[in-house]
Design a protein around this ligand. Structure first.
Ligand code: SF4
Length: 377
């Protein structure tokens, strides 16, 4: 990937010609109604000025605590929600300006995989009906007579037995159900897949298999992913770049190496210090940053830097001036950080990241050689 250093939304990693999805200043406020007349008395600022570019074949990890707005962002990218303001372009087309047929066509190209494989699949439908449902809505993609075969091919592609096309979701394990969700997500041959915490509900060993499957599908199908998670260790293996969100805003954005090895925002550093270190001999060496206080309400976010009520580096300016998300020095070429006092803290510095064995200890998410098939019960 070409690396050029330019200003603007996360432009410094990619040239920009291969942009598939461009979000510009996306805002989503939900009104708070009160009183007898149900007047609007306030607003929940779920997403508040998010800009980024997703490039073809790239995975952008979006990480943050619950309530930081990452799932709302995912729904805005799918246009399952209308934004309060802001723009979203898919391959140069203004998504929020599309209506009717043209919007339906765009929906084929951007699909979603939901978090919970236990509740996102209709228990009364067979796997064949679930995976084949998009073909009913977009009837021209696969002719009626070829749909069963198309569904079986999809099941095979995600590592499920095509002969189980008539089984129901409860007959599958959690990992297998998420594979069904992925098969449905890729049925229309989309270009972008929004993955909203796709492995959070799964056991760690199964998480690795599903992440590996998604990495394989990305290579084979040329997909671009927005991979939403609350855990930095989950997105590391699959992400080319990572955006860290706090209270509706991106506070740091960089390549996987920049975020994990050269984090400059205190919030990212705190999240990294909470990533489990599987090797017990290294645990004592890792710096621990314990954040005090709860995440403030998005209905009443702190002034200035939203993180200042929990930040151990906060100074007076932090409570009055909102720091911009711009390129700031990280000891190398620099990357985007929204902190007045951005400074590298190498949270995992006791580990040589270039050494494969030690690298494996920094993440519970290294690839495995396991085949993508789960044993079918
Ligand atoms: Fe902390 Fe201030 Fe930086 Fe915000 S701007 S992260 S409060 S040091």
């Amino acid at each position: 990937m070409p690396e050029t250093m330019t200003q603007g939304p996360d432009a410094h990693v990619h040239g920009g010609g291969d942009a598939v999805l461009v979000a510009s200043d996306l805002v989503k406020y939900y009104p708070i109604k009160g009183g007898v007349l149900r007047r609007t008395v306030g607003q929940v600022k779920a997403v508040d000025g998010v800009s980024f570019t997703l490039h073809r074949g790239e995975t952008l990890g979006v990480v943050g605590e619950s309530g930081c707005g990452k799932s709302t962002l995912g729904r805005l990218l799918m246009r399952l929600e209308e934004p309060t303001s802001g723009q979203l372009e898919f391959e140069g087309v203004d998504m929020y300006a599309q209506r009717g047929r043209s919007m339906r066509k765009l929906r084929r190209d951007i699909q979603i995989v939901f978090q919970d494989p236990y509740t996102s699949l209709n228990p009364r439908m067979t796997v064949g009906d679930i995976v084949g449902e998009p073909f009913e809505i977009h009837a021209d993609v696969v002719p009626k007579g070829g749909r069963r075969k198309a569904v079986q091919d999809l099941l095979d592609l995600v590592g499920l037995n095509p002969e189980h096309i008539n089984r129901y979701p409860h007959q599958f394990s959690g990992g297998q159900r998420q594979r069904i969700g992925i098969a449905r997500g890729i049925a229309l041959n989309p270009k972008v897949l929004i993955c909203d915490e796709p492995v959070s509900a799964l056991d760690v060993s199964v998480q690795a298999q599903v992440v590996n499957l998604m990495a394989k599908l990305q290579q084979e199908l040329g997909l671009s992913y927005v991979f939403i998670a609350h855990d930095l260790s989950v997105v590391r293996h699959i992400s080319d770049r990572v955006a860290v969100m706090y209270l509706g805003k991106i506070v740091e954005l960089g390549t996987e190496d920049e975020i994990y090895s050269y984090p400059t925002h205190p919030y990212t550093q705190a999240l990294l210090s909470a990533v489990p270190v599987p090797d017990p001999t290294l645990r004592g060496h890792r710096q621990q940053i314990v954040l005090t206080g709860d995440v403030p309400s998005p209905a009443n976010p702190p002034s200035g830097c939203r993180f200042h009520t929990r930040c151990w580096k906060a100074q007076e300016v932090c409570s009055t001036q909102d720091p911009e998300l711009i390129d700031r020095p990280d000891g190398r070429s620099g990357h985007q950080s929204a902190c007045h006092f951005a400074q590298v803290e190498r949270i995992l510095e006791t580990v040589d990241l270039s050494h494969p064995q030690q690298r494996a200890t920094t993440s519970s998410f290294e690839p495995t050689d396991q085949p993508p098939h789960d044993p079918i019960p």
